[in-house]
Design a binder for this molecule. Structure first.
Ligand SMILES: NC(=O)c1ccc[n+]([C@@H]2O[C@H](COP(=O)([O-])OP(=O)(O)OC[C@H]3O[C@@H](n4cnc5c(N)ncnc54)[C@H](O)[C@@H]3O)[C@@H](O)[C@H]2O)c1
Length: 244
């Protein structure tokens, strides 16, 4: 992929399935990683996987303390070129049974943190004056809704709207803003879906399989690369054709 070598890439939720695969892809492309997740580094396998060109922040991106750590880290050692807002959670329950806490936490992690991190990243990128790329995790369920996921779907639809607005506001500064909407990817998150429902989903998917974490990592790498310099404000579905 053109233009990723030497770039400084910040990835949230980097200890998770898609986050780690994305870190691996950018590392393979020669980027320097700034990774973030909730757990201390020693409780992840990230140090062993990326012995060099990797910095790690144990932080909750939905907390002010976490955001302060991130803001400081973004300004260090040559700054920031790409941010990937990948951290996300589910707290599924039917809408009528969902508690205020279940709603609030999912909004805080999947949407408010994405906004706050994009804001911090854009400020840093504008200060540097060399443009940048902001990418965020949406989901195909943002396009058609999903049983038991009122909170989650609202955040993922929100990420798409936020992406379009930021793309308009930041384009003149050379900052591109895009989202990736994974379909059903073979991770623990997807494996929480009952087996019968997964089979139906695969039947309805033209490519007749679940996605892999590498499929999503490749989409992030493409959108961050110099092969995508005229792409902004879009949400790229990576779903084997499930939604079209
Ligand atoms: N897996 C799928 O099928 C699928 C489909 C559509 C969208 N997505 C989206 O892709 C993203 C990654 O999904 P995944 O399957 O790799 O999930 P995952 O659960 O494997 O990884 C998510 C990571 O985010 C971290 N995290 C959670 N809250 C955090 C916080 N407050 N601060 C910092 N880190 C935090 C977790 O510790 C975890 O390591 C999510 O945004 C998810 O909504 C996934």
């Amino acid at each position: 992929m053109r233009g990723l070598k030497g770039k400084r890439v910040f990835i949230t939720g980097a200890a998770g399935g898609i986050g780690k695969a994305t870190a691996q892809r950018f590392h393979d492309e020669g980027a320097t990683l700034l990774l973030c997740d909730l757990r201390p580094l020693a409780e992840t396998d990230l140090q062993a996987s990326f012995p060099e060109r990797m910095h790690y922040l144990a932080a909750d991106v939905a907390s002010q303390a976490g955001l302060d750590l991130v803001e400081h880290a973004m300004a260090q050692d040559g700054g920031l070129d790409v941010i990937i807002n990948n951290a996300g959670i589910t707290k599924d329950k039917s809408a009528l049974k969902m508690t205020a806490e279940e709603w609030d936490r999912v909004i805080a992690v999947n949407l408010t943190a994405v906004f706050r991190l994009a804001q911090l990243a854009a400020r840093q990128m504008k200060l540097q004056g060399r443009g940048g790329v902001i990418l965020s995790a949406a989901s195909v369920v943002a396009h058609y809704g999903n049983f038991g996921q009122a909170n989650y779907v609202a955040t993922k639809a929100g990420v798409i709207g936020l992406t379009k607005t930021l793309a308009r506001e930041l384009g003149r500064s050379g900052i591109r803003v895009n989202a990736v909407a994974p379909g059903f990817i073979d991770t623990p998150m997807a494996r929480k879906v009952p087996e019968a429902n997964l089979s139906t989903l695969i039947e309805r998917t033209p490519m007749a399989r679940l996605g892999s974490v590498d499929d999503i990592a490749a989409a992030y790498a493409f959108l961050a690369s110099d092969d995508a310099t005229f792409i902004t404000g879009t949400c790229l579905n990576v779903d084997g054709g499930l939604v079209m």
